[in-house]
Design a protein around this ligand. Sequence first.
Ligand code: 5GP
Length: 138
Amino acid sequence: MAYDDQNIFAKILRGEASAFKVYEDEFSLAFMDVMPQVDGHTLVIPKDATESLHQADPGILARTIVNVQKVADAVKEAFDSPGIMIAQLNGQAAGQTVFHLHFHVLPRKDGLDASMHAREMADFAVLEDHAARIRAVI
Ligand code: 5GP
């Protein structure tokens, strides 16, 4: 499947759609998931137009995973979370719904179940507050 530059993350990268950003550098962008599975659910994406892990340039992937670590550290601190889950889905059969490579960063704690997909849009004021908490420690 060819990369579709009309996907929502491509639009966020071009500034055509808004996002609650927590971190950005030359290679990647991190922002709050708009339908979070748990509080603090953050996405990290490469700026490169890459559909999934399988097409990723290894150098860009390496840069991205370093930023996944950076964001995961900040989310852990901001949400005082004992555990962090990283999820990354490739292909419709795996549950991928946005076809621009992305890593989910999910704070976890005992007894808190996170489903694979959330369906409810979060309150934007809450998302901005969560983004600010992460930005403050990144
Ligand atoms: P996937 O299912 O492809 O692994 O994950 C896509 C994620 O993107 C989902 O968790 C979904 O909630 C999130 N998402 C979908 N549309 C938007 C959007 O417009 N803005 C943001 N920030 N996240 C989105």
